[in-house]
Design a protein around this ligand. Structure first.
Ligand code: SAM
Length: 213
């Protein structure tokens, strides 16, 4: 998602109380960032944040962090946060996920969500895909030992690529479906993202996998 640059977005993100500023300085100290102690679950590439807002509302004992690399996209999430009831267990940061190991120490994150990540279709851009082996390696460096990555997409090519990368990187495939919305077990408790609503309304099947190192 790449919204047109919105004037003032950068400043609004820098001033927002919902955004963790200079997150590298929190490395090793994330337990002190939220008002209440709890495991940290992150979504990488959260777009406008609908998925995390619903999860944070359902699970107040979990601390959530949404990561988005564009100010203009993050601003949309901040505007929505201002309209809803306070969610003290949800924060955001504007960063490129390539920096995750600079931001978290090993074991500070319990779960990572990747939803409808950009497919980067050109082979020379494979390393930019959020399920590439390079990114899996970054995730391994911040997750707890049994930490999991959950990935949803409607892009079959990206899904097959992700399964291959998981195998190559030596990760374990814990669950997998090629039709999430018709898989009662895997769909239980499913929270729809903006892209999931859009693509499933077009009739696209949604693919999902869960993996751990
Ligand atoms: N997860 C949302 C959903 O399912 O509706 C948004 C999906 S959108 C296609 C992917 C988002 O990931 C975009 O907003 C993009 O800016 C963000 N993104 C892509 N690569 C990223 C990276 N390396 N670090 C942080 N955000 C990234």
């Amino acid at each position: 998602m790449r919204l047109r640059n919105i004037p003032g977005a950068k400043e609004a993100v820098m001033e927002s109380a919902f955004v963790v500023q200079r997150p590298q300085e929190k490395k090793g100290g994330w337990a002190q960032v939220y008002p209440q102690t709890g495991p940290i679950h992150i979504e990488v590439g959260m777009g406008k944040g609908q998925f995390l807002m619903e999860l944070a509302r359902r699970n107040p004992q979990v601390n959530y962090l949404g990561i988005e690399m564009y100010d203009s996209v993050l601003l949309r999430a901040l505007q929505r946060m201002a309209e809803i009831d306070e969610l003290p267990n949800l924060l955001f940061m504007r960063e490129d996920a390539r920096l995750l190991p600079e931001i978290f120490r090993k074991g500070e994150v319990e779960k990572i969500y990747l939803n409808f990540s950009d497919p980067w279709p050109k082979a020379r851009h494979a390393k930019r895909r959020l399920t590439s082996r390079e990114f899996l390696n970054r995730y391994e460096r911040i997750l707890v030992p049994e930490g999991v990555v959950e990935f949803k997409t409607d892009n079959r090519g990206l899904f097959e690529f992700s399964l291959e990368e998981i195998r190559e990187a030596g990760w374990r495939l814990l669950a997998c479906t090629y039709d999430l919305h018709n898989d009662a077990k895997m769909c239980e408790g499913n929270v729809m993202t903006e892209y999931e609503e859009k693509f499933s309304s077009l009739g696209n099947p949604i693919y999902k996998l869960v993996t751990a190192r």
